[in-house]
Design a protein around this ligand. Structure first.
Ligand code: AMP
Ligand code: ZN
Length: 113
């Protein structure tokens, strides 16, 4: 756990969140500022700063997170959704702990803004 990391603190239960899923490796919770009718985040419990810090040593959790996204979206009855990860400030990353946004329930534009 990294000091002063908001999502490490959320994964550890030190800061409250609206949980949608949890296991030993990852944690899913609803975004505090939803950008779609359904908007939750899935994060590894281990601190990884972004996709840019994924490596051969830590990438297994990323595959696991995508399995979890497939499972949780099915359980929520979501047939169409978008998975997004912002890397770096220019792309809109504001929390520097790897997270995958899952957005659903409205029409989405392409390319994204
Ligand atoms: P990003 O801007 O891609 O780094 O995404 C960070 C996301 O975390 C944003 O969508 C925020 O609304 C969300 N967020 C920030 N603080 C919290 C919190 N305490 N609980 C839930 N979501 C949060
Ligand atoms: Zn962290």
């Amino acid at each position: 756990m990294k000091n002063d990391c908001l999502f490490c603190a959320i994964a550890a239960g030190e800061i409250p969140s609206n949980k949608v899923y949890e296991d030993d490796l990852c944690y899913g919770f609803y975004d505090i500022d939803p950008q779609a009718p359904t908007h939750f985040l899935v994060i590894p419990k281990e601190h990884i700063s972004s996709v840019a810090a994924v490596s051969a040593e830590n990438s297994a959790v990323v595959a696991h997170i995508f399995e979890v996204i497939a499972k949780v979206t099915k359980e929520l009855g979501l047939e169409s959704y978008r998975v997004v990860s912002n890397i770096g400030e220019q792309a809109g990353q504001s929390v520097f702990h790897l997270h995958f946004h899952v957005l659903s329930g409205r029409d989405m534009t392409w390319p994204p803004g």
